[in-house]
Design a protein around this ligand. Structure first.
Ligand code: PEP
Ligand code: MN
Length: 336
């Protein structure tokens, strides 16, 4: 159950609401987000909502039975848009394209990527400076110094930045230099990290866990949302299955399912989703048809020289061809 409070609900009124709800066998948690103030009641017993409605301080009450509530469309039917400023808005009636290398490597690489993005009207650049790598001997990123270098070049050119945060201590270090924090597939259930990102006033994109269910992804989003940050994006990036022909199995099914279950924007990552360059484009196009609000993918001037994930990275020519097709397919989808 979600109890929506008035802006000026007093501490005394809240205590009264909490006492009544607790007496009905519910546990109560207070949540303050950028757009509202709520009390979330969790419990099993059914009861008549009218027994609460008269209490002072309540603006509205909603019954929700799932583990996730605030991110669900039962809570909010209207689709959420995420405004990054300077005319960059994710979600609802547009297709957002975010592209860039797996890892930030050099100044020259950043400049070349930004030129490519600007040429193609892409406003958001992806890139990792803290890289989760299966092998400890693989390239693990340039760290915050690399992020500062990237940021100074990107800012000057009006390009927004999305980059992965791997642990709580990195949030403060990265804060001034990112527009969207990315939570990677290996950290989808790092609940400490999610809790801390709930306190941050910058958008967060949560990737689906490597073996995570859709429900687990939504529950992870609920952590951040109920912690106070409702500027969230969800990302399908493929899951691990028994199939060996591709790195991961892109769960295109998840896209319409998520769109039905949540009001948050749904982003698809075909690069990690399939893991092989030659299949990135068809999977990206399929994701748009399936309803994705955005596509995030890896591109590099010379993928064969990339420090990480070169095998799934498009060169700039392939990237340009794909961007044009993505926009055409999106227009087609919108005309249905
Ligand atoms: C990435 O975006 O480069 C990345 C490591 O993604 P994922 O967490 O989906 O593996
Ligand atoms: Mn990668």
């Amino acid at each position: 159950m979600i109890i929506q409070l008035h802006e000026d609900t007093t501490a005394e009124q809240k205590a009264g609401i909490a006492a009544t709800v607790t007496s009905l066998g519910y546990k109560i948690t207070e949540v303050k987000t950028q757009q509202g103030h709520y009390m979330i009641g969790t419990g099993k017993k059914e009861f008549d909502l009218r027994t609460l409605g008269h209490l002072p301080g309540i603006s509205d009450i909603h019954r929700v039975s799932d583990d996730y509530k605030l991110v669900s469309r039962k809570w909010k039917v209207e689709r959420t848009q995420i405004d990054l400023g300077d005319g960059v808005v994710i979600g609802k009636d547009s297709l957002t394209i975010m592209a860039g290398p797996c890892s930030i490597e050099t100044e020259k690489q950043v400049e070349a990527t930004i030129d490519h993005l600007i040429k193609n009207g892409v406003r958001i650049m992806r890139g990792g400076v803290f890289k989760p790598r299966s092998s400890p001997y693989a390239f693990r990123g340039l760290g915050v110094e690399g992020l500062k270098m990237w940021h100074s070049i990107a800012r000057a050119k009006g390009i927004k930045i999305i980059s992965e945060v791997m642990q709580v201590s990195q949030i403060a270090d990265m804060y001034d230099f990112v527009d969207v924090f990315q939570v990677g597939a290996r950290n989808t259930q790092n609940f400490n990290l999610l809790d801390e990102l709930g306190k941050v006033d910058k958008p967060v994109m949560i990737k689906r866990g490597i073996s995570g269910t859709i429900e687990e992804l939504l529950s992870s989003a609920e952590y951040v949302f109920s912690g106070g940050n409702e500027r969230l994006l969800l990302c399908e990036r493929g899951i691990r299955t028994y199939e060996k022909a591709s790195r991961n199995t892109m769960d295109v099914n998840a896209i319409p399912i998520l769109k039905e279950k949540t009001h948050l924007p749904v982003i698809a990552d075909p690069s990690h989703g399939v893991g092989l360059r030659e299949y990135v484009e068809p999977i990206a196009l399929a994701s748009v048809i399936a309803g994705a609000d955005g596509i995030i993918y890896e591109t590099h001037e010379k993928p064969e020289e990339a420090f990480s994930d070169g095998q799934q990275t498009l060169d700039f020519q392939e990237s340009e061809v794909m961007i044009n097709k993505l926009r055409r397919v999106f227009d087609l989808r919108e005309s249905f």
